[in-house]
Design a protein around this ligand. Structure first.
Ligand code: MSP
Length: 528
């Protein structure tokens, strides 16, 4: 049977500065989802990329004494390096300066113009340069951008408009008929009451005030205004409109993951644009919350950005990925702080997971240096823990269906907690003392090892290195830490009693060394 496809995207990021932990947040989330779906047997296409046109990029490049293209090429390399550092496994990376994309956007403009969805007018509005967005008087906060707080500039210029207003009723129907189109649901209500019901205005889709953009084919004085250019990436990256093989296979997107500040563009302009082009709509848009620092959105201009490269170098990639997905419910705002990160590393990773593995492995090595004896394992195993693991897996699957990463991880950590409790209750160190208890001890340790094997699979979408380290110590990895599919596939987590007989268990270094929190925080402060 052919695999079912799954197409998931991140926003394409502005390379106007170094990406920070907030951008990494979206990308790590999409990567976890893509890994999960691959493990579930889907044919996944995970798209990310960079949004490279617009005034801000042009100005930033000028300041750096470079041409936009020179500047962007360097930035794109840096962004790809960051994703590599975070173990992001994307299938496509689009740059809006890719030739194919530029031509495709021109074709889209031409079609919309010919069919009357784009018309000429003149625009007066309050423009936010950092966000590249126009705001109305009522949306502006004291003349400042409601998103980033920059001062808005009153701007008037000749512009072409996209007839968004024409799609008003269809958009309303889309939201009403598809309660899962935009999640979390509260964001859909916000779109309906703040934008659709009061009446959608047509949107300016070209500019003449700068020239770092795609030339509009029917009026080369104008360049494409960034949002149509940017949003189209989701289909042009699949080859639309010339080479439709990938497009036919993967479109419509299963989910566009974005931050809440760009929900408006994705859930109103994007579907209307697709309606105008008579193309299918994405199945879902998920607008996640912001990662705040000191209660404020991170932004370069506020100087409160957290550098993911520094964090990964200090603590390792898995702790960072874990923290991002565990600490904050995906739809809500949350805070980043060094204290919260270190506390999570110490409690969830070093204490709960790390200790569970090292205690289990140490006890096996000490009592059964030749490996768990197969003949003892016929003794009754403790099914209660196995049942708990079955239920955990069911919960993880249900949570992942709704991108509830923090709940999925919470469930896995409840299983880890249960395993630790199981050690406290069965007291293997007492069983070890008397040889006649060794069959029972073998069965207890087997149960623990088999559940650790299942845990290693369940955490695989979120943590990219830890599962192999666990398998190595448990003696179920071959050679360089790679294990057979039978030990790594999602289905293997569903099956109990797969742990090997007589495995070569090996004590390893602690996976997550404990951090002295006060000392660490003091040293971070000293650096600032
Ligand atoms: N280029 C547009 C997106 C076009 S998509 C067709 C853009 N780029 S951006 O570089 O500003 O990136 C915005 C995205 O980065 C947000 O939507 C969000 O996914 C992520 N984040 C940036 N800062 C963030 C936080 N502080 N917290 C969480 N996510 C944040 O907008």
């Amino acid at each position: 049977m052919p695999k079912e496809k799954y197409y998931i995207t991140t926003p394409i990021y502005y390379p106007s500065g170094q990406l920070h932990i907030g951008h990494s947040y979206s990308t790590v989330a999409v990567d976890a989802m893509a890994r999960y779906k691959r493990m579930r047997g889907f044919d996944v296409f995970f798209l990310t990329g960079t949004d490279e046109h617009g005034q801000k990029i042009q100005k930033t490049a000028e300041k750096a004494g470079k041409t936009p293209k020179q500047y962007l090429d360097e930035m794109a390399v840096g962004i790809k390096k960051l994703w590599e550092l975070l173990d992001i496994r994307y299938d496509g990376f689009i740059r809006t300066t890719d030739e194919h994309h530029e031509k495709a956007v021109q074709a889209i403009y031409q079609q919309l113009y010919e069919q009357g969805d784009i018309y000429k007018g003149s625009y007066e509005g309050l423009y936010c340069t950092p966000c590249e967005a126009f705001w109305t008087e009522s949306q502006a906060v004291d003349g400042h951008c409601p998103d980033c707080g920059a001062k808005l500039e009153k701007t008037e210029e000749s512009s072409y408009f996209f007839r968004l207003s024409k799609y008003q009723d269809k958009l309303l129907k889309l939201f009403e008929d598809n309660p899962e189109f935009l999640l979390p649901r509260s964001r859909a209500n916000e779109m309906i009451s703040n934008f659709i019901k009061p009446g959608l205005e047509d949107v300016a889709v070209t500019r003449t005030s700068f020239d770092w953009g795609i030339r509009v084919p029917f009026d080369p004085e104008h360049v494409a205004y960034v949002w149509i250019d940017a949003l189209s990436n989701y289909i042009t990256a699949l080859g639309y409109p010339d080479d439709l093989t990938n497009y036919n296979h993967y479109w419509p997107a299963d989910v566009h993951v974005i931050g809440k500040e760009i929900v408006r563009f994705h859930s109103l302009i994007w579907p209307a644009l697709l309606m105008a082009l008579r193309l299918p709509l994405p199945k879902q848009i998920f607008g996640h919350g912001w990662l705040l620092f000191d209660g404020d959105k991170m932004s370069k201009s506020k100087g409160n950005v957290v550098d993911p490269v520094v964090l990964v170098e200090k603590y390792g990639v898995d702790p960072i990925r874990y923290f991002l997905l565990r600490d904050v419910p995906f739809g809500a705002d949350g805070s980043f702080s060094n204290r919260a990160l270190i506390e999570r590393i110490n409690s969830d990773l070093a204490n709960d997971l790390g200790n569970l593995l090292s205690r289990t492995v140490a006890m096996i090595v000490k009592t059964f240096p030749e490996g768990l004896p197969g003949e003892f394992l016929e003794a009754p195993v403790d099914v209660e823990l196995d049942d708990f693991a079955d239920e955990t897996l069911r919960q993880v699957e249900a949570f992942m269906d709704h991108l509830e990463f923090n709940h999925a991880l919470e469930s896995i950590w409840a299983l880890i907690g249960h395993c630790n409790k199981y050690i406290d209750v069965t007291m293997p160190w007492i069983l070890a003392k008397d040889e006649k208890d060794h069959p029972r001890l073998a069965s207890v340790l087997y149960t623990l090892a088999d559940n650790l094997r299942r845990i290693a699979v369940m955490i695989s979408p979120f943590m990219t290195r830890t599962p192999a380290l666990m398998r190595e110590q448990l003696g179920i990895a071959d050679g360089d830490g790679e294990a057979a599919d039978s030990m790594t596939s999602w289905e293997s987590a569903r099956t109990r009693d797969l742990y090997r007989r007589n495995p070569e268990v090996r004590k390893g270094k602690p996976m997550f060394p404990r951090i002295d929190i006060e000392k660490e925080l003091a040293s971070i402060e000293a650096l600032q």
